[in-house]
Design a protein around this ligand. Sequence first.
Ligand code: DAS
Length: 360
Amino acid sequence: MWRSIISFLFFSVALCQPFLFQKRSSNISDFISFNASLPNVTIFAMGGTIAGYASSSTETVDYAAGSVGIATLVDAVPAIKNFSNIRGVQVTNVGSEELTPANVLNLTQLILAEVAKPDVHGIVVTHGTDSLEETAMFLDMTVNTTKPIVVVGAMRPSTAISADGPMNLLNAVVVAASNRSIGRGTMILLNDRIGSAFYTTKTNGNMLDTFKSYEAGFLGMILDQRPHFFYSPATPTGKVHFDVSNTTELPAVEILYGYQGLNPNLAKAAVDLGAKGLVLAGMGAASWTDPGNEVIDGLISNQSIPVVYSHRTMDGFSDYYYNGIPSYFQNPQKARYMLMLSINAGYSIQNITDIFSLEY
Ligand code: DAS
């Protein structure tokens, strides 16, 4: 009874402002007073199902994402303190479908500052799963560090029977605290599996094992809080770094879905509405219709709009690109951030083509 009242009070405080935890007697403290023999991990909380709340423990669909503050999530996993000192930062607390490039840019700049601190060993980001791979991809391309960054979510709300969030959070902290994780780029962790931000994607809207990396496979797995990696530390071929330390706003890039009889003028409408680049979720290996390609060709030639041809298929290698830019292995939502960052860096269409083709 008292615990739920205290938790509720904490929720309301946790919800009302992003804040850095002050020293507390329980599991969360600044790094000084905790356990000097343990590494220091900072958790940046964004919301999502991992922080979801439902009035019934059997409810796993109809719940409020982004309801529980990071302190409550950490306090629900006391075992964390056996592996790491924790500092928690509540950045946002929303369903990840509501996050914007501005939120992700803000998170990135907070993490850039945090990894620059010598006493910080690793970073965890708790996040909704719907757009988790987008944030992870953005961090992978903008935070130039060998320190582990682990993005973690859950498919069941924190209040559910057999919620997956607590174990996912513990595992994410363990991976972020482990020297085995150094030099591997940003990682995605759910369901005991460790994937690269570059290739791991959400494949199912409901299932616990939704995050997969069909072609590239996982980087490793975690059992009994011990990370097992399949390879020595490495990052994906073709991974590029973009400096956003002084960026205040990112250019708009829109994604257009491909289908039989698509309206070719949607591409022009997107540019008229302010898009500085387009990504196509094309059919098969990125096929687009002839009428559609004609409009796209005009945008490229007359308005120098970079257009990346990606695929609506779950995985694959898009090398079809007409007069545009092939996305190769990148799906539309990841290619979008890569294109956004390329435009933000002032790269020409040829530069951007070279960047996307670095991998191959
Ligand atoms: N609530 C959705 C989100 O925040 C789904 C989730 O987190 O799993 O992305």
